[in-house]
Design a protein around this ligand. Structure first.
Ligand SMILES: NC(=O)C1=CN([C@@H]2O[C@H](COP(=O)(O)OP(=O)(O)OC[C@H]3O[C@@H](n4cnc5c(N)ncnc54)[C@H](O)[C@@H]3O)[C@@H](O)[C@H]2O)C=CC1
Ligand SMILES: O=C(O)[C@@H]1CCC=N1
Length: 267
């Protein structure tokens, strides 16, 4: 197998580290190229044993998969690198938010099979939840799903649903991290010092995550198990509802999904 990453930033590195750690792909089957992060990809070569190259003809020769992992705005430059050497059988996997299959086709001037993948950086610990949608001519979907499930779980969706998946899970972990950040800051306002606030928040998040993973209970039941009638939790939850937590989250998700739609219209 030969898997070539155009872009080796936060998302690409989470994917190839996740794949290598899971031993589904050997480091020597992975090829990296980038534009701005030459030292970083040298570091990955030294640390992981992956290949690096800036020679597109070498990169694209007999490539099974090309992963498009630059920012959407850099895709025209990436497409320019790919066009002269892209082979017909190479499958293209794009993780770029908002960039449609038809745009990728148009820029590459080719009919190569294309899948759009919307992963998240939890891929690094094999816990990405990734949405996938395919071009109509995509062969060997099972092989792709197996590869993608080496770093988490997948859900196949129509391309139109990618905007919502991007908001829900592509960006979703950033929304949760932001809530954790604000939680720690609020603990500091309560009087804990920074180390204490970080220690308490980190262990709270890890413990809650493990409870979600290990118990069969719903989020709602886990919450109810903590909430005594007229107790402290009820008082806090009433305050959270009073501030409109649900509407804050809806506004957040709608803003992210709308931005994905805007990006797709920039095409
Ligand atoms: N960071 C995240 O959590 C997620 C990101 N994505 C998508 O992944 C893509 C990359 O995002 P990040 O990794 O966060 O960005 P990043 O800025 O960390 O990485 C971008 C990479 O693209 C490379 N690049 C730029 N122009 C290039 C060119 N002409 N040829 C080869 N490589 C080139 C850069 O050198 C860099 O390695 C974006 O399209 C984003 O929408 C999707 C899901 C989650
Ligand atoms: O912020 C972004 O545009 C990318 C897509 C999903 C997560 N990060």
């Amino acid at each position: 197998m030969k898997i070539v990453f155009y872009g080796a930033g936060n998302m690409a590195s989470a994917i190839f580290i996740g794949m290598i750690e899971n031993k589904v792909v050997k480091p020597e089957e992975i090829y990296l190229t980038s534009k701005s992060q030459k030292e970083k990809i040298k570091f990955f070569q030294d640390k992981l044993g992956v290949n690096i190259s800036y020679d597109d003809s070498e990169l694209l020769k007999d490539a099974d998969y090309v992963i498009l992992a630059s920012k959407p705005q850099s895709f025209p430059d990436v497409a320019k690198r790919l066009r002269p050497y892209l082979e017909e059988a190479t499958k293209i996997i794009s993780v770029m938010a908002g960039t449609q299959i038809k745009t990728i086709r148009r820029e590459l001037k080719s009919d190569n099979p294309i899948a759009r993948l919307m992963p998240n950086t939890n891929a690094m610990v094999q816990h990405s939840v990734s949405g996938i949608s395919y071009s109509e001519n995509f062969p060997d979907k099972d092989e792709l799903v197996e590869l993608m499930e080496s770093f988490g779980t997948t859900v196949v969706v129509e391309e139109d649903a990618m905007h919502n998946i991007t908001a829900a899970t592509g960006s979703g972990s950033a929304f949760l991290y932001y809530i954790y950040e604000k939680y720690a800051e609020s603990l500091m306002e309560l009087g804990f010092d920074e180390n204490e606030a970080m220690f308490l928040t980190t262990n709270l998040v890890i413990g809650a995550g493990k409870m979600v993973e290990d118990s069969d209970l719903s989020f709602s039941q886990l919450r109810k198990n903590i909430t005594s009638k007229r107790g402290t939790t009820e008082a806090g939850l009433d305050a959270l509802d009073g501030e409109g937590i649900k509407s804050i989250l809806m506004t957040t998700l709608n803003a992210a999904a709308n931005r994905s739609e805007e990006l797709s219209q920039d095409d």
